[in-house]
Ligand binder design. Structure first.
Ligand code: NAD
Ligand code: USQ
Length: 482
């Protein structure tokens, strides 16, 4: 059995930044929350009533116990079972309680990697603050990890804390000694970053400082460690030329150079990723850090082989107007009979991928690391769709399931091109062996059926977008009271 050392943080009396250090036997934990704004009394009540303070906002380090080798053997998939290198490799997953991070943590653990999750659970706090919830019921991170251990015999270590607090991150690095760090741990919603000034500042502070701290931790404690950082296709924007993978060769006034591809991000969130990329590229040059920037497209789906093993392992599935992403939202909308919310003309085209491919791509990046000093960029998506394409696909498959799917054109709350050229390269991960799960009728069918199964949990008042790119101001906004 894993055992836990728990130091409780009382959020009610918690100033915005305060450091706690607590040691219990062999386990120690350090935490400093730096929240963008005070928790209002309503959130406090919810936190209290759901015992979140006790269950989720505590600092926990689960100490690894010896693995159950028999169970492990029987569950490891054939290909990696015979690879002794991958079995010993230690991977730290920052943001491992989130949508992409949880699926990846289980996948890598199942493949024989030694996994540690680092997360401050702030994503769960956003849900409470905004009054939103995942379509799927999700267990606490502690229960998730215990259930994984009981099913597979595998340990996942857990470090709860904020990576913007360097002391905490340093302790986690020294204790776990990662060989790879997969960094998912950021505020990832474009609309959230456009709610008001405080969320814009929070997003850029959290993402840019968190990533800087990871870079310093690698330099100081694990200089050989490979950083796999989740970037976004949105860093490139929608240029009127083909999008390359990270770099473009330009001839200007008779001279030629290969330069970082131009960045034209379109939200304070997407801009935070651009800043991250620049900081990582600089430290690769200056300190010899080895890094892979995965410019990921929009992710859809919810099931992976591992999350399917038990309800307590289910992943989150966001459908609300702040954290929900296009295709996932459309499936839930179709399931509850809400018209599909196409913003503006619907010609906005992006790269998309199945969450099963997210975990595959990260595994490929870890198994084929960048060289020392290399800043490598992969465009991580499998297919391009416009918003109208997605609406048409969901309508067609929904009708086959007997759903009456309608579409509405919502005035676009964002500032973005609605009709544009889009052709992004995405060959490097395929060359490494990615076998894409393309969006087919059967996948959409199963996603829609999944949404139908949980449709009683849908709060339809959370579906329409509430955040406007143009109306953002300095006045703190409460999304629920609008
Ligand atoms: P998510 O919000 O579900 O998960 C992010 C996790 O990071 C959460 O568990 C959160 O608590 C944690 N976190 C945030 N700030 C932290 C901090 N300072 N310290 C410790 N933990 C922190 O997001 P996701 O959808 O899983 O996205 C993961 C990453 O992938 C993000 O970097 C995002 O930008 C990128 N990405 C996501 C998508 C998508 O469609 N979901 C697409 C492209 C790129
Ligand atoms: N859109 C609609 N209707 C909706 C929701 C979205 O028309 O109900 C449109 C948006 O206007 C946008 C496109 O669909 O043009 C994609 O929006 P999204 O909300 O699905 O995705 P986005 O805001 O771009 O962000 C998501 C993730 C983010 C990640 C990004 C990858 O939240 O973390 O970085 O996808 S990318 O889009 O490639 O930048």
């Amino acid at each position: 059995m894993a055992h836990f050392a728990i130091a409780h943080c009382n959020m009610n009396s918690f100033p915005a930044t305060k450091t706690f250090v607590r040691s219990t036997g062999s386990c120690s934990a350090i935490c400093r929350y730096s929240l963008p704004f005070q928790i209002d009394s309503c959130s406090r009540k919810i936190l209290r009533s759901r015992k979140v303070r006790q269950q989720n906002l505590s600092i926990v380090r689960a100490t690894a116990a010896p693995m159950n080798q028999e169970v492990e053997k029987s569950l490891l998939s054939g290909s990696l079972q015979s690879d002794p290198f991958s079995k010993s490799k230690k991977v730290m997953i920052i943001g491992g309680d989130g949508y992409c991070g949880w699926a990846t943590a289980l996948h890598l653990s199942n493949k024989g990697y030694e996994v540690a999750i680092v997360d401050n659970l702030v994503r769960r706090l956003f849900d409470h603050q905004l009054g939103i919830d995942s379509l799927t019921p999700i267990s606490s991170i502690q229960n998730r990890i215990q259930r994984w251990k009981s099913i597979t015999g595998k340990n996942i270590q857990l470090y709860i804390g904020d990576i913007c607090e360097f002391e905490f991150l340093a302790e986690a690095f020294k204790a776990f000694e990662p060989e790879s760090v997969v960094h998912f741990g950021e505020q990832r919603s474009a609309p959230y970053s456009m709610i008001d000034r405080s969320r814009a500042v929070y997003t850029q502070h959290n993402n840019v400082i968190g990533t800087l701290n990871v870079l310093f931790a690698i330099k100081e404690f694990s200089p050989e460690c490979h950083l796999v950082k989740l970037g976004t296709m949105g860093e490139y924007g929608t240029p009127n030329i083909d999008i390359e993978e990270g770099y473009i060769t330009i001839t200007h006034n008779g001279r030629t150079d290969t330069l970082p591809y131009p960045k034209q991000a379109s939200s304070f969130y997407h801009l935070s990723k651009v800043h991250d990329s620049h900081n990582i590229a600089f430290t690769c040059k200056a300190w010899g850090i080895q890094a892979t920037d995965l410019n990921q497209g929009v992710v859809y789906g919810v099931r992976t082989d591992e999350t399917e093993m038990h309800e307590e392992l289910y992943n989150r599935f966001d459908y609300d107007g702040v954290f929900g992403t296009a295709l996932n939202r459309f499936c839930v909308q179709a399931a509850v009979g809400h018209p599909l919310t196409v913003y503006g003309k619907g010609g906005q085209t992006r790269g998309y991928l199945d969450i099963r491919d997210t975990v595959q791509c990260v595994e490929l990046a870890i198994a084929n690391p960048a060289k020392q000093g290399e800043f490598r960029v992969f465009n991580q998506f499998t297919e391009q769709f416009s918003v109208n394409d997605l609406a048409n696909l969901v309508t067609t498959v929904g009708k086959k399931l007997g759903l009456d799917v309608q579409t509405m054109n919502v005035p676009n709350p964002r500032v973005e091109a609605e009709e544009h050229y889009y052709n992004a390269k995405h060959t490097k991960l395929i060359e490494l062996g990615l076998q894409p799960h393309l969006l087919s009728d059967s996948l959409l069918d199963s996603l829609l059926n999944f949404a139908i199964k949980y449709k009683d949990r849908v709060d339809t008042t959370q579906i329409m977008p509430t955040v406007s790119w143009k109306k953002i101001g300095v006045k703190p906004q409460s999304v629920t009271s609008r």
